[in-house]
Design a protein around this ligand. Structure first.
Ligand code: HEM
Length: 477
């Protein structure tokens, strides 16, 4: 409504003035009303803006964290982020401190994720996953440019794996629909702006975009569930498992969307980074290829067949246990790409002491930057360097103390999809080195280049801000 419309309604300037004042003061109250910090909470950091608090936590997270920690006597500090009060806990093991229990929908969600990614389901799903990876790489092999951006192609392949395993074949088998769902997924993911997080109740445009994209995804899944019910048709996928449990449509769809979010981002980004890092270190490419050749030869007697065909005979047990070097490659990618902070809220209804003078007050969040550990030069030698040998016998930097490496989460809420994520990565890496030789990092014209930069201020695993391509040659048959 325009201001002139108010006059058309006969509102007096005084009424309009009072109305505007009420709206503004409500907004001001909303953004400034925040709980006072108790005396024994860690000291409030001075890196803060009036009214909105430490916006830097969202805009320059790693730099903010390091600067605030450095200027605190205890290494702990408090800050406000919009409506939320957050304390940084400097102890080595903050994740064990206090955690919410899974109940209601969360309990249902966890139970279903565990069922969908456990051994027998992964075993049954393996042939389809192998078909998916082969179809994607066949397409790349036929592409005359011999160049691919793995944050598009491999990320898309992992989306297909995830869709098939936690959701449905109708989408996984339809490239156009899969692409549309990926776009909607990315549109939702892009709406996590500082303001939407700091002021979740404000009707910001990003929130509307999120609701719109979520509604479209909801409708896509609803049509599939309804069609299966109407036609009495069954399929062998995650969706059918949920339907067979008698779950209601809203729970099923909410679950599927949540599982796509839990599964896609970390797995898709890390699978792409693993290839990129590996190609940048040719000695690791050779070691990994030798490991894949050795595994294939144990299950396919025809060692003269192309490696990509030998791999079809490898059973799930081998995919899960016979690629330790590929696991180390993923592990160091996760170490470098687990960006941002972990959070826990104190819901214990009491303050929790963290040392002799400071507490985490009730109802406040604890935030801890994973880089404090994963990028720490005292824990990881040359922490910026991707170097899987840091986990090998004799070095084992990740085993120096409990929780030296926490890429799969720790405590009572570790990653429930780890087994599936490792399988996805092993399939991707093994088939990629089987399909292609002469791998190089390149720019869009195919000229060789080095690693793209990663921004440690990111809040989660992310595609690099500068695009990168992999240049390849199909392996000789
Ligand atoms: C490389 C891939 C992955 C990485 C690095 C990763 C990492 C993590 C981490 C660090 C956590 C703990 C978060 C916290 O403490 O707040 C977590 C939780 C979780 N992950 Fe993953 N994840 C990956 C893939 C997956 C996949 C593929 C799925 C499912 C399909 C999945 C499902 C979950 C779920 C459901 C939780 C929540 C567990 C709970 O709250 O108890 N993850 N993941």
């Amino acid at each position: 409504m325009a201001l002139a419309d108010l006059f058309d309604w006969g509102a007096s300037p005084l009424t309009i003035g009072i109305s505007i004042l009420v709206v503004l003061s409500t907004l001001l109250y909303y953004v400034t009303s925040r709980p006072a910090l108790p005396k024994d909470a860690p000291k409030l950091t001075s890196i803060s803006w009036p009214v909105i608090g430490s916006r830097q936590f969202f805009t320059k997270r790693w730099e903010f964290y390091q600067a605030a920690k450095a200027s605190s006597k205890t290494g702990n500090f408090s800050f406000y982020a919009g409506e939320h009060t957050v304390k940084r806990d400097g102890s080595r093991n903050p994740l064990e401190k206090n955690q919410t229990e899974g109940s209601g929908f969360t309990g249902y969600f966890h139970k279903r994720v565990i069922s969908l990614v456990k051994g027998n389901r992964l075993k049954n799903g393996l042939p389809k996953l192998m078909q998916d990876v082969r179809a994607s790489l066949d397409k790349l092999a036929a592409d005359k440019t011999a160049l691919t951006d793995p944050f598009e192609s491999i990320y898309g392949l992992v989306f297909q794996f995830t869709m098939r395993t936690v959701a449905c074949n109708e989408i996984a088998d339809d490239p156009a629909l899969l692409e549309r769902c990926l776009k909607l997924f990315e549109s939702i993911e892009s709406t996590a702006t500082p303001f939407t997080i700091m002021y979740p109740a404000l009707p910001l445009p990003a929130k509307l975009q999120r609701t719109w994209s979520g509604a479209q995804l909801y409708m896509i899944f609803k049509r599939i569930v309804d069609a299966r019910n109407a036609e009495g048709r069954r399929d062998d996928d995650g969706l059918q498992f949920l339907m067979d449990q008698g779950d209601n449509v809203t729970d099923i769809i909410t679950f599927v969307l949540g599982a796509l979010f839990a599964g896609q981002l970390n797995s898709g980004i890390n699978a792409a980074w693993t290839l990129v890092y590996m190609i940048n270190k040719p000695e690791w490419l050779s070691k990994v290829r030798a490991e894949v050749v050795a595994m294939a030869s144990r299950y396919c007697s025809d060692t003269s067949a192309p490696l990509k065909d030998q791999l079809i005979h490898v059973p799930i047990e081998a995919w899960e246990s016979e690629l330790p070097l590929v696991d180390f490659c993923l592990k160091d990618s996760i170490r470098l790409q687990t960006m941002g902070a972990t959070f826990r809220k104190n819901v214990s209804e009491r303050s929790i002491p963290i040392n002799s003078t400071e507490v985490i007050p009730d109802e406040s969040y604890v935030a801890w930057h994973v880089g404090d550990l994963h990028y720490h030069p005292a824990v990881y030698k040359n922490p910026d360097e991707w170097d899987p040998s840091r986990y090998m016998p004799g070095r084992e930097e990740d085993k120096q103390f409990q929780y030296a490496w926490i890429g799969w989460g720790v405590g009572r809420h570790p990653c429930l999809g780890r087994r599936f994520a490792e399988l996805e990565n092993n399939l991707t890496v093994a088939f990629f080195v089987a399909y292609f030789d002469d791998l190089k990092l390149a720019d869009e014209r195919g000229s060789e280049r080095g690693l793209p930069r990663s921004d440690r201020n990111n809040h989660s695993a992310r595609k690099p801000s500068e695009r990168i391509w992999i240049k390849y040659q199909p392996a000789a048959a």
